[in-house]
Design a protein around this ligand. Sequence first.
Ligand SMILES: Nc1ncnc2c1ncn2[C@@H]1O[C@H](COP(=O)(O)OP(=O)(O)OP(=O)(O)O)[C@@H](O)[C@H]1O
Ligand SMILES: [Mg+2]
Length: 252
Amino acid sequence: MILRAEGLRKFYGKFCALDGVSLGVGAGEFVSIIGPNGAGKSTLINILTGVLRPSAGRVSFRGRDVGGIGPARLARLGMARSFQLVQIFPELTVLDTLQAAVVARLGRGTRLFASLARDRDVHAEALEVAELFGLGARRGVPARQLPQGDKKLLDVAAAFALRPHIILLDEPTSGVSTSDKTAIMEILVAASRRIGLQAIIQVEHDMDIVFAYSDRIIALHQGKVLADAPPAAIQADQRLIDTVIGRRVPSR
Ligand SMILES: Nc1ncnc2c1ncn2[C@@H]1O[C@H](COP(=O)(O)OP(=O)(O)OP(=O)(O)O)[C@@H](O)[C@H]1O
Ligand SMILES: [Mg+2]
């Protein structure tokens, strides 16, 4: 197992958002987390990536207890998640965003960024990732000016530029059209192979995407794991699907 969580609980005040969640993710797995609004999916991702500390339970990554070590150190150990860089630097161009990710991976301070951005290796690698994600032609465009689908891609590309062992994506295709969703997933899978990514965990609401790309699906409901099974087993259980998908409003 690359990533393992045992008995995770998370309280927000008296409200229990996660109530004893355990899971494991092994090498080569693409795992989707599904569940209705408020099920605890983002809370789980935030705990797994060290952004939130669990009220109880343990998280281990590559055999090492990582509870509460924080997202920056987890990233250095090889766990990346999408969307942070784009959210932080909307004025940066596509290439600058990817260069920032490459520089972050190399463990150098942002103070040196201005000079390092000119460094040929950083530039070449950022450009390679841009091409890999089909963003080469837009490398000079500021992130905030990109269409939604390309913003999502840049998000994911920046996480890939960290060359992680594992990547966690909270709704990588939300807010894009169905055809764009499939395009994003195809690029993601191809890029994963290219960089030798060991596992992907995603939160996703589009069940066509979930069923098409997952090796395993973890269904959360009211902070508990209702099911943890391959797509075929989930697909065959209509009651589970009704419970887990329910009627939902799109999240931001
Ligand atoms: N910081 C917080 N303080 C208090 N309650 C919170 C906080 N963050 C989340 N919650 C609550 O915890 C529950 C789980 O939230 P979470 O964001 O993990 O759900 P989610 O499954 O990601 O939902 P969505 O599908 O809407 O993204 C919800 O009821 C939410 O209102
Ligand atoms: Mg969420």
